[in-house]
Design a protein around this ligand. Structure first.
Ligand SMILES: NC(=O)c1ccc[n+]([C@@H]2O[C@H](COP(=O)([O-])OP(=O)(O)OC[C@H]3O[C@@H](n4cnc5c(N)ncnc54)[C@H](OP(=O)(O)O)[C@@H]3O)[C@@H](O)[C@H]2O)c1
Length: 324
């Protein structure tokens, strides 16, 4: 039975990597609903199919949920794809954000948005603070910055969390790519000149629970604030890969350090992705655990999810065969 006093949280991109963990973590505490572009088998809350690039459909979908807060995670997150598909990237990362913000304004409710360290060019030698001047070097970063700017100029109540090097059990991510490659190759070439904070979606979701539950006044304030968020500690991709392999006892697989210049990818990446975490700690009381502790918890959880997904896929295939 639904609790009429429960606060309603609506999550866009609810079936995505971050969205799914947000749904799982927030669901026991709030009345959680989701919006997704297409059906998702693993979602445990009611959700509607809605293409957020359509203003009218977005308005209808959000109004039908009557949420107290919207957490907007939906985005085109494939950085190289964005570099080659500007219109699509802009339509979703900027256009859909405008659509969501406009409805939140109409309802006079806060919106929580996720942005990225890719709004910076990575040339700074220290961690980036919230007040550093952005200067993206790829199109994805530019679209996320444009979305931020729309929010800062137009949203009545908003929090922007800039996150970085995100991974989780759902969807594509670096740890999974490393383990997939390790099943096929004896030596993996990984860049050693990009530094960041690997950040676990589960820990971001726990932070959102803290903020929504204990810092309600910050969420509902008539203001717009940016906070950096990430697991503690820093590492470069090659050492991150080594840590994953060691944790899985894959000691026979070698990691060869290479410079970013050797990787021919469509979108350039910033060399320094490290965000300062001071403001979130001081203002919101958020301190995520060190990144290596989080990875150790992620690995067994991912294997569990993978097994369940594989069993489901097998059952679905068998059912299809029987129907045929
Ligand atoms: N991944 C990172 O490393 C990273 C780093 C910093 C910040 N962020 C930000 O964090 C947020 C969450 O990232 P994530 O990696 O969890 O994203 P994700 O897994 O790619 O999920 C994005 C979700 O948005 C949905 N979506 C796509 N187009 C849509 C549309 N037109 N209408 C409605 N929904 C649509 C996707 O559905 P389909 O799967 O069906 O397309 C997907 O479920 C994003 O805002 C991202 O920019 C990510």
């Amino acid at each position: 039975m639904t609790n009429p006093d429960a606060r309603k949280v609506l999550i866009t991109g609810a079936g995505g990597m971050l969205g799914t963990d947000l749904v799982t973590v927030l669901n026991p505490h709030f009345e959680v609903g989701g919006l997704e572009k297409r059906p998702v088998v693993h979602l445990c809350v009611p959700y509607d199919i809605c293409d957020l690039t359509q203003p009218r459909k977005t308005r209808d979908a959000i109004l039908s949920h009557r949420p107290h807060v919207v957490i907007h995670t939906a985005a085109l997150t494939d950085v190289d794809y964005c570099e080659d598909h500007h219109d699509e990237a802009e339509e979703l990362n900027v256009g859909a954000t405008k659509n969501v913000v406009d409805v939140c304004n109409e309802l006079d409710i806060p919106v929580i948005f996720f942005s990225t360290d890719y709004v910076f060019d990575g040339s700074k030698k220290e961690p980036y603070t919230e007040t550093d001047v952005p200067c993206p070097i790829n199109f994805y970063g530019q679209t996320k910055l444009d979305a931020e700017r729309y929010i800062l100029a137009h949203a009545q109540r908003a929090i922007i969390f800039r996150i970085t090097w995100l991974y989780g059990v759902w969807g594509r991510s670096f740890p999974k790519a490393i383990l997939r490659q390790a099943a096929e190759l004896k030596t993996l070439s990984v860049v050693n000149d990009q530094v960041g904070r690997p950040t676990y979606t589960w820990d971001v979701a726990q932070s959102l629970l803290t903020v929504l539950r204990d810092k309600r006044e910050c969420v509902e304030a008539r203001s717009r604030e940016i906070f950096n968020l990430g697991n503690e500690g820093t590492v470069h991709w090659a050492d991150f890969a080594r840590f994953i392999l060691k944790s899985e006892n894959l000691n026979g697989i070698k990691v060869k350090d290479i410079p970013t210049s050797q990787l021919k990818r469509p979108a350039p990446r910033p060399l320094n992705s490290v965000l300062s975490l001071d403001k979130a700690r001081e203002v919101l009381g958020l301190q995520l655990r060190p990144w290596d502790e989080a990875v150790k918890e992620f690995l067994p959880r991912w294997k569990e999810v993978k097994e369940v997904e594989e069993q489901k896929a097998k059952a679905q295939a068998a059912e299809k065969e029987n129907i045929a």
